[in-house]
Design a protein around this ligand. Sequence first.
Ligand SMILES: *[C@@H]1O[C@H](CO)[C@@H](O)[C@H](O)[C@H]1NC(C)=O
Ligand SMILES: *[C@@H]1O[C@H](CO)[C@@H](O)[C@H](O)[C@H]1NC(C)=O
Ligand SMILES: *[C@@H]1O[C@H](CO)[C@@H](O)[C@H](O)[C@H]1NC(C)=O
Ligand SMILES: *[C@@H]1O[C@H](CO)[C@@H](O)[C@H](O)[C@H]1NC(C)=O
Length: 222
Amino acid sequence: MAVSSIQALVGLLSLAHSVTSMTLRPRSITPPAGCPIPTWTVDNFKLFNGSHSLDCVHNQADIDTKGCLCTGAGHWCPPVEATCNGSWVNVCWTGMPNYAPWGYGPPETLDIDFADGLQCHDQYIGYRVHDIGNGASNCGYADRGQGRIVSFYGSSHQAQSVGHMDYILGSGHALKCDNGSLITYSGSVDFPLTCTYDAYRNATCTAPVFDIPVLDYQWVSS
Ligand SMILES: *[C@@H]1O[C@H](CO)[C@@H](O)[C@H](O)[C@H]1NC(C)=O
Ligand SMILES: *[C@@H]1O[C@H](CO)[C@@H](O)[C@H](O)[C@H]1NC(C)=O
Ligand SMILES: *[C@@H]1O[C@H](CO)[C@@H](O)[C@H](O)[C@H]1NC(C)=O
Ligand SMILES: *[C@@H]1O[C@H](CO)[C@@H](O)[C@H](O)[C@H]1NC(C)=O
């Protein structure tokens, strides 16, 4: 091993040592010659999990709860079956976009905004929901059709924890190399997640601006 690379290695190790309280950030790969490589910078991350957010994935009591969806729809009425003149339904079974049934607080939301303009937004909406914090987020249907998947893994239960994000660019967003070949990329990263809790125990979690390093590539046949 050349002296300079040993020095580089020692430098790297001491750097790693000095940031033991932080997560290690891998660096992006070098793309094949003549191919562009994307930069994925998350410049706004926000997870809101209310103490009374409806949870149709993990909470059996919520899954079993019924409510009165009023005639004319669009809103919930007092959950009394005898006086309900609309539909008496499981609160988790409707596809109501504004999902805060009677007795529930604001819904859980997730926002992942990228410096390049991509915005992923999830809002809890009953049965159609992504399991926020356990995988794919919603960056729009058009984007999903192109094969892009931005996934977030993390929890709103600790004031300080480590979140994880995976990014798959998808073949529909393939980039063109100088020789005309099409290439697509994926990456992932761990990042520090900080949650604060208000007087009602609603959690709001944020992260500093961070990059998702590109760690792999795939050729796309045209
Ligand atoms: C284009 O360039 C890439 C990277 O140098 C190479 O791997 C690939 O085989 C090339 N494609 C063609 C069709 O020559
Ligand atoms: C029942 O329906 C009437 C008229 O459609 C409405 O004014 C009233 O608020 C409804 N009551 C409940 C409990 O939904
Ligand atoms: C916090 O939770 C309470 C109770 O569910 C709710 O009324 C309030 O709107 C929530 N706060 C925010 C900022 O959403
Ligand atoms: C949001 O809160 C619910 C209820 O406490 C919990 O089951 C769920 O895991 C939380 N979501 C995240 C992303 O931590």
